[in-house]
Write a protein of this length. Structure first.
Length: 158
């Protein structure tokens, strides 16, 4: 099984946006970070906004940011929504099915079960799970993490 490119770009875009920790991100910035076409990302960002995963802000200083906290963005929900137009095999699409064994085929039932198992696993994870290793991911994109103020730690007296 293979996720479509659209779903891949949705996931990668959300990871990048999440790593920016609330900062406004542009499509061009995501495109550059992953070396992918900004034109491809136009549909991705539109979809993510329509589905309520991101907010888009127009005008000068506009861009994209997460619409929800990362722990509220479920991977199963996202993948189901982005893959709904991409059947895994022809017979899952009754409108375009020309398979002549569909009436007796057992493979479609096995594949349906496999797809459901994939979604069951994805349902256990969120965007927050994908960025738990942010200290490994941010250097890849040259993202500067906000620095926390140093705490005054009293020195130990001997």
């Amino acid at each position: 099984m293979r996720l479509n490119v659209f779903t891949d770009y949705c996931l990668r875009s959300l990871i990048y946006i999440c790593l920016k920790e609330g900062q406004i991100v542009t499509r061009a910035e995501i495109a550059q970070a992953y070396a992918i076409s900004d034109n491809h990302l136009m549909k991705v960002v539109h979809f993510l906004a329509q589905e309520g995963f991101v907010q888009t802000l127009r005008g000068k200083g506009g861009g994209i940011r997460l619409a929800r906290e990362p722990h509220l963005i479920n991977l199963g929900t996202l993948v189901r929504a982005s893959e709904e137009d991409s059947p895994i095999v022809e017979c899952f699409d009754p409108e375009h099915n020309s398979c002549n064994i569909v009436a007796a085929c057992r493979l479609k039932h096995i594949l349906h079960e496999a797809v459901q198992a994939l979604y069951l696993v994805l349902d256990h994870y969120t965007l927050a799970d994908l960025v738990q290793n942010r200290h490994e991911l941010t250097p890849i994109f040259a993202i500067q993490l906000p620095t926390l103020p140093a705490k005054n730690i009293p020195s130990l007296k001997r």
